[in-house]
Design a protein around this ligand. Structure first.
Ligand SMILES: Nc1ncnc2c1ncn2[C@@H]1O[C@H](COP(=O)(O)OP(=O)(O)O)[C@@H](O)[C@H]1O
Ligand SMILES: [Mg+2]
Length: 255
């Protein structure tokens, strides 16, 4: 089982979209996948679930009541499960400040009985307790970046946090790549931005994925329709971008 977190301290860069399309893409390739919505904004949940989700067990119950992932997961379709997010987690940093709460997710994974090939965790745009818990269990981190909101400072903070996590767990948490999203025109990207993104990759000891995800409104359409992109628009150019990214990712992590 490989655990992959999608993270960036910036919002609106395509974390949730990437987590959703990646998960559906891995399932379509025959893998069994568990998604965890670890952002209190619950956008990943909204990509797949009818609203309201009141009464459905969520990640909040793992943190607050020590429920197991098996107890709180919801089946989306064959080989695709989701632990839904919860707005209640928006004060997780305050509520779960006590010692031990940094490793809640790790404990939950130790107790996991179901088997999965991949777990994909969507994280909030900050480095609080929910992101730390995700990093502590992750084998790989994908960092989506959008040209319009690039932040080298954010990358530095992420790097610092990952270094601390590595010390804590004594295992490598590898940034498997930077993914350029909302990409418009290759020729339009300023040399400055290319340079910045490469410096960011260097800082994180990783490479930029060659596959870039173009700007495309069909992504929003599929999210509103609550149908995953691969089913909603199998032939759209942006779907091809994401498929190429998934191939590249699988190559990088050698499965
Ligand atoms: N490649 C893209 N082209 C156009 N819109 C996109 C693209 N990727 C994401 N979006 C849209 O941008 C918004 C933010 O994306 P999202 O994945 O939720 O970012 P994050 O999780 O990083 O905050 C959403 O409305 C989403 O539909
Ligand atoms: Mg998001």
């Amino acid at each position: 089982m490989k655990i992959i977190s999608v993270s960036n301290v910036k919002g609106g860069v395509g974390k949730t979209t990437t987590a959703a399309v990646l998960s559906a893409g891995l399932t379509a390739r025959g893998y069994k996948v568990l998604m965890i919505d670890s952002d209190p904004q619950t956008n990943l949940t909204m990509c797949f679930m009818p609203e309201p989700t009141d009464g459905t067990p969520s990640l909040y119950h793992v943190y607050a009541e020590g429920k197991t992932l098996d107890e709180v997961k919801t089946s989306i379709k064959l080989n695709l499960d989701l632990v839904i997010g919860d707005f209640e987690l928006c004060n997780a940093d305050m509520q779960f400040l006590k010692a031990g709460r940094l490793k809640m997710l790790r404990k939950a994974f130790k107790e996991l009985k179901s088997t999965y090939d991949f777990v994909v965790i969507d994280t909030p745009p900050n480095l609080g307790i929910l992101s730390l818990n995700a990093f502590l269990v992750s084998d790989y981190i994908i960092v989506p970046m959008a040209a319009d909101s690039f932040s080298l400072k954010g990358v530095r903070l992420l790097k610092q946090t990952l270094d601390e996590v590595e010390e804590e767990t004594e295992k490598e948490v590898s940034v498997v790549g930077l993914l350029l999203t909302k990409y418009s025109d290759r020729t339009n990207v300023s040399r400055l931005l290319e340079k910045s993104v490469n410096s960011a990759a260097e800082l994180l000891n990783t490479k930029v994925f060659e596959s870039r995800i173009r700007q495309a409104t069909v992504l929003q359409e599929s999210q509103i329709a609550k149908i995953d992109l691969l089913e909603y628009a199998p032939k759209a150019p942006v779907t091809t971008d994401y498929q190429a990214f998934i191939d590249e990712l699988l190559n990088r992590i050698e499965v």
